[in-house]
Design a protein around this ligand. Structure first.
Ligand SMILES: *Cc1c(COP(=O)(O)O)cnc(C)c1O
Length: 365
């Protein structure tokens, strides 16, 4: 039986679009993985063919981000949300404080866990402005002897993104990059630890990528449960226990796809082009569409906007849905509309959305 499926434009916030080429390759390899006669999911995580996959993913991450030698790349389960706890469990020792920059819902969640586990304080907050901008990275008032400073590089729900990162000197900078990891080149050496759940820009859910400076491993609290120590995962090449093997394989394929696209520079260019298509419609709409984020803080990943009132937003979302656009409703905590244009979202999808938005304005103004 043949099924005709209406083409969809996937703007989901996470889990989100994966490159079509990656899905097709995974499908081809699904049953007989590279001559093993088994699926990659059926391989032992101690077998040579799996270890090759695993190590290639680490190599690809290192190469794409030019990760210096003094860093480890780890795969951990539990999502970015476990990192909210694991970071303070490991690094928020008694006597020291940790500073959190509050730029949205995810920073709040990270801060709440740190407060439970140690002495955490808010360095800055954009809450009174409905998190519509990013604070100036050079005007953050944290203490020079803090255990670390925590930032959320892209605020998935509010649609803001750090363009420059603070130079924190001796204070370790820790970043939740869940929603903009691998969307542009960064200077990894500015960070002591980067973490990201894979399901927005990197692959399926189930894998969290952690990039950690090696000297931090020794500074961590030794009393943590074994599985919650970064050192456990580092010592064992993230094979201390069974890793999410299929997710890691998919992550590797997504990274291979980024390489084929021309690397991170090419990916940034494409992301800028994609976001511009939609922001231009907002900016040229005479206020019909109202962007949530201030211009300088706009995210290239999550484009948030509102219409005149909730009734019109409802109509917009319903008609967009009928036209094949998926995932355009804003997060339940803030409402409005949001288009998530992660790496894997094609330019054509953004073009189609921009055209739909123009048409909708013409028939509803
Ligand atoms: C989605 C998201 C999270 C939560 O990730 P989980 O893997 O579901 O725990 C945390 N931080 C940011 C910035 C996110 O976008």
């Amino acid at each position: 039986m043949t099924q005709t499926i209406q083409p969809v434009y996937n703007f989901n916030a996470g889990p989100s679009a994966l490159p079509a080429a990656v899905l097709e390759k995974a499908q081809k390899e699904l049953i007989n993985f590279r001559g093993t006669g088994m699926s990659v999911m059926e391989l032992s995580h101690r077998s040579k063919p799996y270890e090759e996959v695993h190590n290639q993913v680490i190599e690809r991450l290192k190469k794409l981000y030019s990760i210096p030698e003094n860093y480890e790349v780890l795969f951990i389960q539990g999502g970015a949300s476990l990192q909210f706890s694991m970071v303070p469990m490991n690094f928020l020792q008694t006597g020291k404080k940790a500073g959190y920059v509050m730029t949205g819902v995810w920073s709040e969640k990270a801060f709440a866990e740190a407060e439970r586990l140690g002495d955490a304080y808010q360095v800055a907050s954009t809450e009174t402005d409905k998190h519509n901008h990013i604070p100036n990275p050079n005007e953050l008032n944290y203490n020079e002897d803090d255990a670390y400073l925590h930032i959320t590089t892209n605020n998935t729900i509010y649609g803001t993104q750090w363009k420059d990162y603070p130079d924190t000197g001796n204070v370790p900078l820790i970043a939740d990059m869940s929603s903009d990891i691998m969307s542009k080149p960064i200077d990894v050496s500015k960070f002591a630890l980067i973490y990201a759940g894979a399901q927005k820009n990197l692959g399926p859910s189930g894998v969290t990528v952690v990039i950690i400076r090696k000297d931090l491993l020794e500074k961590a609290n030794p009393d943590n449960p074994t599985i919650l120590k970064y050192a456990t995962h580092a010592k064992n090449n993230s094979l201390y226990h069974t890793p999410p093997t299929f997710g890691i394989y998919m992550l590797g394929e997504v990274l291979g796809w980024i390489e084929e696209c021309g690397g991170l520079e090419a990916v940034t260019q494409r992301n800028e082009e994609k976001a511009k298509l939609i922001y231009d419609v907002i900016d040229n709409s005479d206020g019909f569409y109202r962007g949530h984020a201030e211009l300088e803080s706009r995210s290239l990943m999550n484009i948030t906007f509102r219409l005149a009132d909730e009734a019109l937003e409802k109509k917009f979302l319903a008609e967009a849905k009928d036209a094949g656009f998926v995932g355009l409703n804003g997060h339940r905590s803030v409402g409005g509309c949001r288009a998530s244009a992660y790496n894997a979202v094609p330019v054509e999808a953004c073009k189609a959305l921009s055209e739909f938005m123009i048409q909708f304005q013409q028939s509803n103004h």
